[in-house]
Ligand binder design. Sequence first.
Ligand code: WT7
Length: 657
Amino acid sequence: MSDSTQAALSNLMHEQRHFDPPEELARHANVSADVYDEADRDPVAFWGKQAERLTWAEPFTDVLDWSNPPFAKWYVGGKLNAAYNCVDRHVEAGNGDRVAFHWVGEPEGDTRDLTYAELKDEVCRAANALVELGVQTGDRVAIYMPMIPETVVAMLACARIGAPHTVVFGGFSSQALVDRIQDCDARVVITADGGYRRGAPASLKPAVDEAVERCPDVRSVLVVRRTGQDVAWTEGRDVWWHDAVGGQSTEHTPEAFDSEHPLYVMYTSGTTGKPKGILHTTGGYLVGTSYTHWAVFDLKPETDVFWTAADIGWVTGHSYIVYGPLANGTTSVMYEGTPDTPHKGRWWEIISQYKVNILYCAPTAIRTFMKWGKEIPEKSDLSSLRLLGSVGEPINPEAWIWYREVIGGGHCPVVDTWWQTETGQLMISPLPGVTSSKPGSAMKALPGISAVVVDDVGKPVSKGEGGYLTLTQPWPAMLRTIWGDDQRYRDTYWSRFEGVYFAGDGAKLDEEGDIWLLGRVDDVMNVSGHRLSTTEIESALVSHPKVAEAAVVGAKDEDTGQAVCAFVILRESAGDGGQDIVEELRAHVAKEIGKIARPRQIMVVPELPKTRSGKIMRRLLKDVAEEREVGDVTTLADSTVMDLISENLKDSGSDED
Ligand code: WT7
């Protein structure tokens, strides 16, 4: 972090500006202040009690088996069906007419309300269709979809028959899809012809066709017709969703699976080039997501309209559009498109139309809205809002305040929620109605969670000090392993500090002991709340025939938090580069990984700064990318390299991209 950011943060922490929970909310909140003590006294018993939120086909005998760390088993011996818990039981309880999703397509007027009863019928039909396609319990199914109701139906149908899904974000490339399909050996892919994005149909099926050509074990591709665009068709392999699902029976008996039965695999970037398949299982994940959704968003399922404005292709969508909210019988909004289509007030119109009470989104969106100006949200009636959440990256205090004042009318508490794909559930966050909040701080670990900030050697830091964020006790929705790679699971998360979970984030305690997240401490960037690996993008760049070497850093960016900045050395055969090569390389990264990984800036340089042992000093490149004076160069093998780079950049003027 730069000195000036550090200073600004210290000032803020010093000011101790904080907001107490509004009295009205405190009186009616789902949880009360004594919940922290209760959980502290006996965290395992606390999580045992939260499991009563679910309907178990067979009760568990033990809450937690932690006899073989870091491999946890939660709700040992219990049996349940995730889809039954998310759908059927609400219908059985007489709430079949409650809306599960107010779905809003991007084209104006393209909307659909789906009640719990309708959702149940759809999920049963889809489950029957999957069985007919030969999908068996334990088989993996890849889902590559736009934000449409069928995506939720497909996930729940998989869960219902015990086939773990792996949802691949629709913005990822065909190559990324290949990697994921192959890593978890998926045999069936569910996709759509496309979806609507920025006012036009975007395609998905061609990327699947390209991917499946290289995945010979995929035997069926189920295709939802969303946009009506022409698609290539492989007879015998491709099946229309409406043909396969439409005619099925709405009866399907859910089988009860072991609490530890795999529910899904979600891939996320790590510090190496190969994404990690984060495995989540059934019982603990559902307890963790449903409890935190209910407690942190103070959810009243009978009356609230809840909106997580994220894509289902990320963990935020899995936990807080699908599993948590549905397990709680929530009415949610689900929106397909971008915030500026057809105009920049789209979100606020949706909120006023559906009287949304709780909004959950990423700081990058909030900063974008700030830039567009408060006149835009002011045109809509946002008075239904009562609670606001933030997720995905550190929220700068200015954005926090703007969110609270402009969107929340000054009366909605803001919960800044820290968690990860790996944690599955929210971990650090205020509890509205109980905990006071400070702009920019995620405050403290939720009840039943123990987060400790430690120094280099794993010793807890004192108030006012910074260090690394660790989680010292297992929690229900924790990842169980990395798919097919237990050793990498141990090495990545449980080895940096003996016996505790290392999150990869820096954090600081303020004078009151509240937690401030400071961003990643490893080679992982956070762009618009999405995790990207520097190494993965470097690999993509060097896979281009004209690139000899590449180094990637995340540079501070006003809109996206961080932005991808790449430094490349070209092969001699590539000539001197010029602007064409930069565009060519940006497109290449988009093709290899996806548009979100496309560098904001690519600088062609003659050398890269390396230590004597050959390690690239990204810190120095970050200084260049963030237009700062370059820091200490004494450990460079050749200390003149940075001068060479600066000279070269001045000459080429390539930083105006
Ligand atoms: C990383 C996890 C959690 C769902 C979305 C991202 C960063 C997440 C916060 C927050 C500061 C945050 C961390 C974390 N992060 N939430 N409230 N404040 N940083 O999931 O892709 O697994 O990324 O996002 O760096 O490690 P993810």
